[in-house]
Design a protein. Structure first.
Length: 192
């Protein structure tokens, strides 16, 4: 899902065909990587997993029995090749889900933690690529990333105070577009 296209970024920067598509795509992808984790999605963190020869079980730090249901499809990622992919749930416990796994070497594996956490993504009903406020925020972040690549100091140094201007890629990167993002931010991303 690209929130900003190469054509949009190219037009906003006014660079024409001066830079290769791959270079501009890196910036668009970086903006997505900055923005998407903060948007509300239908995901839950997987903290550990185990498996038998033909079933896998993912574990959660939160009560999930009322979140998931038997027969539901989840897209699991960040949990290793046996567990990753589209899985149909065959059992749902208070803090675990079970599903079929396939592969050549499915040796029984006891519970073990996953670091960093894996992700269980259920069906989502919002397409952020169609929301103008999200697209504008992604474009603004892309422009900031591009400008930081071209002028890393983000401005001059004042002759009066010798104080450099704020670093563009600092903690205010997302803060500058928070007004556009406010209705779509995941409350779990705002801890701290």
């Amino acid at each position: 899902m690209a929130l900003t296209t190469i054509a949009e970024l190219r037009t906003a920067l006014g660079v024409g065909t001066l830079y290769a598509d791959a270079t501009l795509q890196e910036v668009c992808d970086a903006a997505d990587n900055v923005l998407l984790p903060f948007l509300w999605t239908n995901t839950t963190s997987i903290t550990g997993h185990s498996n038998t020869a033909n079933t896998g079980t993912s574990y959660f730090d939160e009560y999930i029995q009322d979140i998931f249901y038997v027969g539901q499809s989840l897209v699991i990622s960040g949990c290793g090749s046996k567990h990753n992919g589209n899985k149909t749930l065959t059992a749902v416990g208070e803090r675990s889900v079970t599903y079929a796994i396939t592969g050549n070497n499915n040796a029984v594996t006891p519970f073990h933690p996953i670091n960093p956490y894996g992700v269980a993504a259920a069906e989502t009903y919002t397409d952020y690529t169609t929301i103008p406020a999200i697209q504008e925020a992604a474009l603004m972040i892309s422009i900031d990333i591009w400008q930081s690549r071209q002028a890393p100091s983000s401005g001059g140094v004042s002759i009066d105070g010798y104080a450099p201007s704020p670093y563009r890629m600092g903690n205010t990167l997302l803060a500058r577009v928070r007004g556009l993002l406010a209705p779509y931010l995941d409350p779990r991303s705002m801890v701290g």
